[in-house]
Design a binder for this molecule. Structure first.
Ligand SMILES: Nc1ncnc2c1ncn2[C@@H]1O[C@H](COP(=O)(O)OP(=O)(O)O)[C@@H](O)[C@H]1O
Ligand SMILES: [Mg+2]
Length: 369
C-alpha cells in the first residue's frame, strides 16, 4: 500500500525578510515568501542567485544573518536541521552504495529508532509510492539514474515530512527522463498533499511543475506568481528575458495619454494601450517593447501594429517554423509560426511584414543593453 494524503499533509511556510551574508556577499537579500500548506513553489534563477541558500535556510543547514522561517506557526529559524523533520532531495542522490534499496529507504527510520519490522513495512510502502515496488533487494548500482533519484525521493518521504525540499534534483538526468520525473514528482505532490519547495535554474521545469514560481536574481525576488502570470506579464526586463523567449525592441516614447505613442527603429509609430506598460514610461524617454515570438504573425492583416523586417533566416524546427528577421538598426526579431505555414514566398534576404495583436504588446521602462 502506498503512502496516502491523510497521513502526510503539508505545512505552511513563511519566509520573512530573509538575509544571508557570506562576508561581503549578500547571498540572500531581503526575501519574503508566503507558501500555503500543500503548495508547490519553485525557486527559479540563474546560478548564484541565492536559491540554494534559501533552501538550506529552510532546511536548517544554514542559519540566516537576519529574518525568520516559520513553519506552521512554529519559528524554526535557529532550530537545527535534524529537529525540523523536513524531507530533502539533492541533485546527487547520495544513496549508500553498500546498502540495499530497502535499507537505504528505511535508513531515516532506523535513525529515529523505529523497529526493523515497522521500518521495512514502511520502506516497502514508500517504494510503492515512487513506483519501485519489488526493487528493495537490489543495490544502487543496479538501478538507472532515474530509478536512483526515485529511491532518494522515497527515502525523503518515508518519515512523512510536512515539507519536501528539492535542490535541482533532476539536473543530472537526461532530457526525456527528466520530463518523466517532473510529472512523477507532480503526481507524488498531488497524492501526498505535501508542501514542496523545488529549486531549479531551468525556467521550463519551473513553469511545468510549480503552482507558483519565485524568480530570483542577486538574492532578491524579481517576481512571484503563477506560471501563466510570469509568462504573460513578466514584471520587469530581467524576468521577461529569463522566462521563455522574448523579442525586445528599443523605442522612443513620443506621447503618453489614453494610449502610449512609441516610435520603432523600423520607422513605425504604434499607439499601444496604456495597460501594455508594465512599468511606468514617460514621454521623451526610452522604453522597450517586448513581444513573444509565437505572438508575431506574418503579414500586416492581424492588427494595426506592424513591423517591417528583413528576413535573415528561415528555420524548420518540426512543430514550429522559426523566422529570424532584422530591423534597420540591427535588432533581431524572432517569429515562431505553426509548422504547417506556407512559406514558399519567403527567402532569406527578402522583406517581411509582421504584425502583433494588441494584447501581446508589453512595454518596459529603460533600454536594452
Ligand atoms: N558557504 C558559502 N561561502 C561563501 N559564499 C557563498 C557560500 N554559499 C553561497 N555563497 C555565495 O552566495 C551566492 C548565492 O549562492 P547560492 O545560494 O548557492 O546560489 P544558487 O543556488 O542560486 O546558485 C553566490 O554568490 C555564492 O557564491
Ligand atoms: Mg544552487
Amino acid at each position: 500500500m502506498a503512502i496516502k494524503k491523510e497521513q502526510a499533509a503539508g505545512a505552511s511556510i513563511r519566509i520573512s525578510r530573509l538575509e544571508k551574508r557570506f562576508g561581503s556577499v549578500f547571498a540572500v537579500d531581503g526575501v519574503d515568501i508566503d507558501i500555503s500548506a500543500g503548495e508547490f513553489l519553485a525557486l527559479l534563477g540563474p546560478s548564484g542567485s541565492g536559491k540554494t541558500t534559501i533552501l538550506m535556510s529552510v532546511a536548517g543547514f544554514e542559519f540566516p544573518t537576519s529574518g525568520s522561517i516559520v513553519v506552521d506557526a512554529e519559528d524554526l529559524t535557529y532550530v537545527p536541521a535534524n529537529k525540523r523533520n523536513l524531507g530533502m532531495v539533492f541533485q546527487n542522490y547520495t544513496l549508500f552504495p553498500h546498502m540495499s534499496i530497502l535499507d537505504n529507504v528505511a535508513f531515516p527510520l532506523k535513525m529515529r529508532g523505529v523497529s526493523k519490522a515497522d521500518r521495512y513495512a514502511r520502506a516497502e510502502e514508500a517504494l510503492a509510492t515512487v513506483r519501485l515496488a519489488g526493487y528493495g533487494e537490489r543495490f544502487p548500482n543496479q538501478l538507472s539514474g532515474g530509478q536512483q533519484q526515485r529511491v532518494a525521493l522515497a527515502r525523503a518521504i518515508i518519515y512523512r515530512p510536512r515539507v519536501l525540499l528539492m535542490d535541482e534534483p533532476l539536473s543530472a538526468l537526461d532530457k526525456n527522463l527528466r520530463e518523466d520525473m517532473q510529472l512523477e514528482i507532480k503526481r507524488l505532490h498531488a497524492e501526498l498533499g505535501i508542501t514542496v519547495i523545488f529549486v531549479t535554474h531551468d525556467q521550463s521545469e519551473a513553469l511545468t511543475m510549480a503552482d507558483r514560481v519565485a524568480v530570483l536574481k542577486d538574492g532578491k525576488i524579481q517576481q512571484i506568481g503563477p506560471s501563466r502570470e510570469l509568462y504573460e506579464r513578466p514584471a520587469n526586463l530581467f524576468t521577461a528575458g529569463f522566462i521563455g523567449e522574448m523579442n525586445f525592441i528599443d523605442v522612443n516614447v513620443e506621447k503618453v495619454s489614453d494610449t502610449i505613442a512609441v516610435s520603432l527603429p523600423s520607422g513605425e509609430r504604434w499607439n499601444v494601450p496604456a495597460d501594455a506598460a508594465v512599468e511606468s514610461v514617460k514621454a521623451g524617454r526610452k522604453a522597450v517593447l517586448a513581444v513573444r515570438p509565437e505572438r508575431l504573425q506574418l503579414g500586416g492583416a492581424a492588427s494595426e501594429f506592424t513591423l517591417q523586417a528583413k528576413l535573415a533566416d528561415v528555420v524548420y524546427a518540426g512543430s514550429a517554423l522559426l523566422l529570424i528577421g532584422t530591423l534597420p538598426n540591427g535588432t533581431e526579431i524572432r517569429a515562431r509560426l505553426p509548422g504547417a505555414s506556407d512559406l514558399s514566398a519567403l527567402a532569406p534576404g527578402s522583406a517581411a511584414t509582421f504584425s502583433v495583436p494588441r494584447e501581446a504588446v508589453l512595454l518596459y521602462a529603460g533600454e536594452t543593453k
